[in-house]
Design a protein around this ligand. Structure first.
Ligand code: G6P
Ligand code: MG
Length: 215
């Protein structure tokens, strides 16, 4: 019996990838190489430090841990100038409506995001109150595809993993949900998210009835 829904943030509720892209591209440019939109795809769902490691690998650059932390911090400051200006109209189509529908039906709602900026983003979008539990990058040690972020979400909601449905746009996130013994709805392309129980284009296609069909 489905009792709870756990949501990834970036790419499911809001498109932050475009801001991450601008900030990573600028960092690459400062380091003297090009960072493309295709490269940016590899960073979806991936933690900040892992993202930096991938970027440095693309640029063929090796740096000390100290230098890497400095650059990750610099990128994040740049990224935050964009998210601090976000508005509620940037919520992806249908996301808020679906969250409200779940709430009305008594389904519990949690966030499960790798981002350390999740709280800031939810505040800017005026969505914080809709979440009963928020598990973000400040609360986990293991990155997706490890299920930690979703298991902590289920625990905080006081439901069993088998009673949860996860909404994810990244392959690693789908894997994390399934590894946690949860059902998963993929948001995006079936080519990438084929392991999910259902794949849709966005939350505008989701309803309580479709959720119950996953039972
Ligand atoms: C999400 C995004 C990733 C991002 C990660 C960490 O998973 O999809 O692209 O790298 O969060 O975000 P942060 O805001 O902590 O840098
Ligand atoms: Mg995501």
């Amino acid at each position: 019996q489905i009792k709870a829904c756990l949501f990834d943030l970036d790419g499911v509720i809001v498109d932050t990838a475009k801001y991450h892209y601008i900030a990573w591209k600028e960092l690459a440019s400062n380091l003297g190489f090009e960072f493309t939109e295709e490269d940016n795809e590899r960073l979806k769902g991936v933690s900040r430090m892992t993202s930096l490691n991938i970027l440095l690998e693309i640029g063929g650059i090796t740096l000390s841990d100290e230098e890497k932390h400095r650059l990750a911090e610099k990128k994040n400051e740049n990224y935050r100038t964009f998210i601090l200006k976000m508005q509620p109209d940037e919520i992806l189509d249908g996301a808020k409506e679906f969250l409200q529908e779940l709430k009305a039906k008594g389904i519990k709602i949690a966030l499960g995001s790798a981002s350390k900026n999740a709280m800031t983003i939810l505040e800017r979008l005026e969505l914080t109150e809709l979440f009963e539990a928020i598990i973000d990058g400040t609360k986990v040690t293991e990155a997706k595809p490890n299920p930690e972020v979703f298991l902590k979400g289920a625990e905080a909601l006081n439901v069993a993993p088998s009673e949860c449905v996860v909404f994810e746009d990244a392959e690693a996130g789908v894997e994390a949900a399934l590894a946690g013994n949860m059902k998963c709805v993929g948001i995006g392309s079936p080519d990438v998210l084929g392991k999910a129980n259902l794949v849709i284009d966005g939350l505008h296609q989701m309803t309580y009835e479709k959720l119950m069909e996953l039972n």
